[in-house]
Design a protein around this ligand. Structure first.
Ligand code: DQA
Length: 138
């Protein structure tokens, strides 16, 4: 089993920005926790602030599942939506915060319709819960 964890715009600032919302662990620390949790699973990690680079990472993904936190791109990127729709690898949408308890613009995801499911609101554990969904299957 191979999983690819993709983080989009501003997620490189995790642990520095809005700690009350996203926690105090850095993205590297979170990724290390994910890798430690998924022993026996090949985990790869990618982060970019560039929409096109996220699309390319999705197009080139050679794995069994993608865990995608697109950050603010979630709410308006038709390009990332089309990239997700163009591949057969299943994608689970993730948010650390509970976007539905936040500003109205965060209640809209243009990605959800093309994703296998969505996990939101469990902080860094949202990534682990999303990864577990691939191990459990349907
Ligand atoms: C986020 C929620 C988004 O609304 C926000 O723009 C982010 C992070 C989350 O993980 O909770 O950058 O995707």
């Amino acid at each position: 089993m191979k999983l690819l964890f993709i983080n989009g715009v501003n997620l490189n600032m995790t642990g520095v920005r809005e700690r009350g919302v996203y926690g105090s662990s850095t993205l590297d620390e979170i990724n290390a926790e994910i890798a430690a949790h998924f022993k026996g699973v090949e985990c790869a990690f990618y982060q970019s602030n560039n929409e096109g680079d996220i699309c390319t990472a999705i197009q080139n993904a050679d794995c069994d599942g993608i865990v995608l936190n697109a950050g603010a791109f979630t709410h308006y990127s038709y390009a990332i939506r089309d990239a997700v729709a163009s591949v057969s690898v299943p994608v689970v949408e993730v948010h650390m915060s509970n976007v539905f308890k936040r500003e109205p613009f965060r209640h809209v995801s243009v990605l959800s319709e093309v994703c296998a499911g969505t996990i939101a609101g469990f902080g860094k554990n949202s990534y682990i819960l999303a990864g577990e969904s691939f191990l459990l299957g349907k």
